[in-house]
Design a protein around this ligand. Structure first.
Ligand code: ZN
Length: 245
């Protein structure tokens, strides 16, 4: 994974077969205070106009059309929306009232960019002969099977895991530990859960051979990334995107 810069912001980029995955930071946007500065989430206390300006800035930096990005209302589930053609109603940059409820998107390489919002949860991009997928992976979505579902839909051979909370900062309760006990040793150390190890294990189980991990903890690097836990629950959102290259 490599760092890129443009339009006053920075982001991480990873190559996937016939695709590129991008992971945004909180740097270089218009929002202030808790949402400083490149907050992409409207379901926060931030000013929607600033969020829209941030969305346009990120699209300019990535060189993508802001009208050609699909998003959903994320509910920590395992539902994945498949987007065909160019008539999808859930486009950026101006938020729609009712985007589909889902935590993952599948697109074609010739289709729109797929985007998920994150702040500690893992953004996971997948590529395979059946298309591209972008998944929002918190513990609930991982436990509900979103990785296996996404990998199956696109026949994933490769994945990129963006910045998310690391085992250094993610203490969890019994319910969460129990959800991943079937994965065996190595995904938790005491009460410290390693979400990336969980995702990696689930990806391998789904037949994904190439897995690239940003290796960044959002809670440790709060100057660069929004962290739900690190910022006390009220914070902005960065994004993971995947599109054909
Ligand atoms: Zn950490």
């Amino acid at each position: 994974m490599r760092w890129r810069e443009g339009e006053g912001t920075r982001w991480l980029e990873a190559d996937l077969p016939g695709a590129v995955a991008s992971f945004s930071t909180r740097l270089g946007g218009f929002s202030e205070g808790r949402y400083a500065s490149l907050n992409l989430g409207v379901l926060t206390g931030d000013d929607t106009e600033l969020v829209v300006a941030n969305r346009r800035r990120l699209c300019a930096a990535l060189g993508i059309d802001p009208e050609d990005v699909v998003v959903g209302r994320q509910v920590h589930g395992a539902a994945i929306a498949r987007h065909e053609g160019r008539q999808d109603p859930a486009r950026w940059p101006v938020p729609k009232a009712d985007p589909p409820e889902c935590d993952g998107h599948v697109v074609d390489r010739s289709g729109p960019a797929a985007l998920v919002f994150v702040a500690d949860c893992l953004p996971v991009a997948l590529a395979g002969p059946g298309g591209l997928a972008m998944l929002h992976c918190g513990w609930r979505g991982l436990a509900a099977g979103i990785v296996g579902a996404g990998a199956e839909q696109v026949g994933a051979t490769a994945a990129a895991i963006g910045p998310g909370i690391g085992p250094c900062c993610y203490e969890v309760g019994d319910e969460v530990l129990a959800a991943f006990a079937p994965l065996g040793e190595g995904v938790a150390d005491g009460r410290m859960l390693d979400l990336k190890a969980v995702a990696g294990r689930l990806l391998a189980r789904a037949g994904v051979r190439e897995i690239e991990d940003a290796g960044i903890c959002t809670c440790c690097e709060r100057e660069t990334f929004f962290s739900h836990r690190g910022d006390g629950g009220d914070t902005g959102r960065q994004a993971g995107l995947v599109r054909g290259a």
